[in-house]
Write a protein that binds this ligand. Sequence first.
Ligand SMILES: Cc1cc2nc3c(=O)[nH]c(=O)nc-3n(C[C@H](O)[C@H](O)[C@H](O)COP(=O)(O)OP(=O)(O)OC[C@H]3O[C@@H](n4cnc5c(N)ncnc54)[C@H](O)[C@@H]3O)c2cc1C
Length: 532
Amino acid sequence: MPIDSFRPQSWNAIDDIVIVGGGLAGLFCALKLSPRPVTILAAAPIGQGASSAWAQGGIAAAMSAGDTFDKHVADTIEAGAGIVDEKMARFMVSEGPARIHDLLEYGVPFDRDLEGKLLLSREAAHSERRIVRVRGDMAGKAIMEALIAAVRKTPSIRVLEGYVVEELVREGRFVSGVIARPDAGQSKNRVHFPARAVVLCSGGVGHLYAVTTNPWEACGQGVGMAARAGAIIADPEFVQFHPTAIDIGRDPAPLATEALRGDGAQLVNSAGRRFMLDIHPDGELAPRDIVSRGVFAEVQAGRGAFLDCTKAVGKHFPEMFPTVYASCMAAGIDPVTQPIPVVPAVHYHMGGVLTDAEGRTSVDGLWAAGEVTSTGVHGANRLASNSLLEAVVFAARIAENIKGMLPEPKTGDWGKKAGESDDLVTVEDSPALTALRKLMSAQVGVIRDRNGLKEAIRAIATLERENSRMRFHNIVTTAKLIAVGAYLREESRGGHFRADFPDQRKEWKHRTYMTLADADQVVAELAETAAA
Ligand SMILES: Cc1cc2nc3c(=O)[nH]c(=O)nc-3n(C[C@H](O)[C@H](O)[C@H](O)COP(=O)(O)OP(=O)(O)OC[C@H]3O[C@@H](n4cnc5c(N)ncnc54)[C@H](O)[C@@H]3O)c2cc1C
């Protein structure tokens, strides 16, 4: 899709709401804000470069006859390992059915039974059938296609694709706009977009790690940008690894959806041993973090890990899981007859920019929705299919909240920052990012410990000092927040596992709140101890 032709300077005159990111959270928020003027700035063409389009399972919503909001909240709290914000989880769950109806109105073709009722399926750790899906594993693609069509038909929404936002502009206490670089971030020009309100919907952090299921654009720029503008970041240490990314050397790694294990697929090592039964009574359906560590241990021990779907799914594979089937076949693996090699991969970030029930961050003028946030609904571990739900519920709440606010548009000189490098090598393929991703996987990954985290924090500080590009600074800032959060939390809980503190500790049964200044304080202390 070509980048819209427009003259950025002319936007100084427009009272605009700027949404950073064109995934589910961004598009849904824009549609809900209509007919107010909205500009969506997206790093990639919408529909690409967004995890939303890759979602395979679906959206969780308590809509079946036997289900209740209380049950969905209870499952969410159970998955979150003791630190879910119950009030926020209740908002999310109770508004789920209404948001599903919105999506139906925007044209999302959710699966229905012969009577025309929504078909609801079950996923691990859900006590009821409550996942709304589209044609097996096509939920994300179908949802995004419908929303993109709705957005393109909405005259109040302008979509500017290939604009990589690098900085939130602050005027006193307020965020009053953003600075973006066009041409997929390759232009030498930095363009200022003044805004009445900025909504950050920039997705996750997967590409801070060497192995991830996320698209390239999910490299934590949003969290870094918000932290640099003074926003409080919550729970950065909680990163969810998906236990069964397909290990065929692709980056990002394609996903073998949880639903395969839900349908009875088994995890075996190269000797054919079903290793998860040794680790947890629920075997393959144990919580994601436990299955991830089980798979990681087999891979580390050189025995490999494989998802055997040959009996449970067999010849139905192509029609039941077309996306997974295509990924496997492209790599020469026929999942109908062969086990699929798997590896844990960074999949979802529970932490992020702290927001309240209306999606407001701690910085005036800045809202945030979707994976970039930490609303508190996921606690230390996300319940499968709750993230798309969180994105639409809080995006809609933000739209309601924003209506009526009126900061003045501002103009100014938004050129290169003093000391910033002009080097426009894409951040994505820079040696610094490659080094950072390796470091994060090795020392801030599935299994962490104090010494590894200390080393990682010092190495991250060095990378930050040696690289002056704004986008890299956003990325490395997020890595720093995750590593410092992981270093400080001396326990294991949900997605965060410390080999030196393998159990939960009651003094840590709370969320983490951190500013960039707090993280930098820890970095400085570690630098002093290293020098001493
Ligand atoms: C393979 C896979 C399968 C999944 N399956 C499910 C599932 O079944 N159910 C579920 O609930 N969740 C699932 N998830 C998680 C879920 O898809 C995400 O949490 C959710 O889609 C996030 O939506 P979002 O709008 O916040 O971010 P995204 O959809 O990732 O969109 C982020 C947007 O921000 C843009 N962007 C990023 N940085 C910048 C920048 N600096 N400037 C401008 N634009 C920027 C991106 O290009 C993109 O447009 C899955 C995730 C993956 C990767």
